[in-house]
Design a protein around this ligand. Structure first.
Ligand code: NAD
Ligand code: UFG
Length: 330
């Protein structure tokens, strides 16, 4: 069975569904810090399958040990973590405790129960400000905020575990910018409060919750002056986890992959595409650059294609349409 941590979250719920649809058996857990049980019910409904789900916290080993005791776990896909860059700057210790200590707690239980396979949610943030694009997996690493540091530290911890135990296998998946939602409209991303990321902010603007979108800078050295990112459909990302799991079931050691499309789109590309496929207005105003933002980030996803046989298939139109379908009536 595959243990999915952070299963009720945005990427966890889509991956859980993909695993079930591929005939895998799963167990989920979450502490509902940034999600609700609705996503768990939706995954059960969409897959037509039941699975054990626990309310547990990475910081509370006893709550997690119950899961290891009661189930026969073969591998872990580890999504649980805090992910807000700004909050991590304001509350670094919360991030180090939750993400790093939490992962160490999980690894200790994996060791105790002989579980030696882990897929980890890393991030393109570990490339810092890349000197060139597209970004390859062997580019140098650096971070600019505590959230990014937690990802880099955890990558290092997992590499050390693989050195200490030659049977251990890990996939470090460096996601670029996940957006979009499952076509059913039943699972997706709907953060509480004012979100930080572009797509949820476009959605809130289209709904009238935000009066206008702030475009953070139109003076970047890019074709239209706005920041360029590699937006990837969350369902493509979910499929990438299945491919990575297949890989680490066959081969021990550390396997690092960029999960992106290899294409860069600007802020204006997103606004324009979103407004046109959904037939809605997205009013915006141009503001100064946001501190810490990098002009252009996109992946070279060749390694994942060659070694995992995985590549992203869905287009930007699909990403914009499904994001809106999920939130428009909420
Ligand atoms: P999310 O917040 O929707 O999901 C994370 C889940 O983990 C939430 O349901 C939350 O309640 C849970 N969680 C947090 N701390 C926990 C704890 N101590 N114990 C148990 N559960 C806990 O975020 P997401 O977008 O689905 O991200 C999943 C993973 O991917 C995270 O590790 C994130 O850092 C990483 N990631 C996300 C992005 C992105 O843009 N969404 C990009 C790169 C990497
Ligand atoms: N942007 C705006 N207006 C907004 C929000 C964002 O113009 O209201 C712009 C940003 O300046 C950037 C682009 O939209 O050019 C994307 O910004 P996001 O905040 O959506 O995403 P980032 O690339 O800045 O960061 C995201 C996650 C990080 C993760 C990183 C990995 O938030 O956690 O991707 O690549 F580390």
């Amino acid at each position: 069975m595959i243990l999915v941590t952070g299963m009720s979250g945005y990427i966890g719920s889509h991956t859980a569904l993909a695993l079930l649809n591929a005939g895998r058996e799963i167990i989920g857990f979450d502490n509902f810090y940034n999600s609700t049980a609705e996503a768990v019910e939706a995954v059960k409904k969409l897959s037509g399958k039941d699975f054990p789900f626990y309310t547990a916290d990475l910081r509370d080993p006893d709550s997690m040990e119950k899961i290891f005791k009661e189930n026969n776990i073969d591998a872990v896909i580890h999504f649980a973590g805090l992910k807000a860059v700004g909050e991590s700057v304001a509350k670094p210790l919360l991030y180090y405790e939750n993400n790093i200590s939490g992962t160490v707690n999980l690894l200790k239980l994996m060791e105790k129960y002989g579980v030696k396979r882990l897929v980890f949610s890393s991030s393109a943030t570990v490339y810092g400000e890349p000197k060139t694009v597209p970004i390859k997996e062997d580019f140098p690493n650096s971070t600019t905020n505590p959230y990014g540091s937690t990802k880099l530290y955890i990558e290092g911890i997992l590499k050390d575990v693989c050195v200490s135990d030659k049977d251990f296998s890990v996939a470090l998946l460096r996601y670029f910018n996940p957006i979009g939602a499952h076509e059913s409209g039943l699972i997706g991303e709907n953060p509480n409060g004012i979100p930080n990321n572009l797509m949820p902010r476009i959605c809130q603007t289209a709904k009238g919750i935000m009066k206008e979108l702030t475009v953070f800078g139109d003076d970047y050295p890019t074709p239209d002056g706005t920041g360029v990112r590699d937006y990837i459909h969350v369902c493509d990302l979910a499929d990438g986890h299945l491919a990575a799991l297949n890989k680490i079931e066959k081969e021990s050691g550390v396997h690092i992959y960029n999960l992106g499309t290899g294409k860069g789109y600007s802020v204006y590309d997103l606004i324009r595409t979103f407004a046109s496929v959904n037939n809605v207005d997205v009013p915006y105003k141009v503001c100064p650059r946001r501190a810490g933002d990098v002009p252009v980030v996109y992946a070279d996803p060749t390694k994942a294609k060659e070694e995992l046989g995985w590549e992203a298939k869905r287009e930007l139109e699909d990403m914009c349409k499904s994001s809106w379908d999920f939130v428009k009536d909420k």
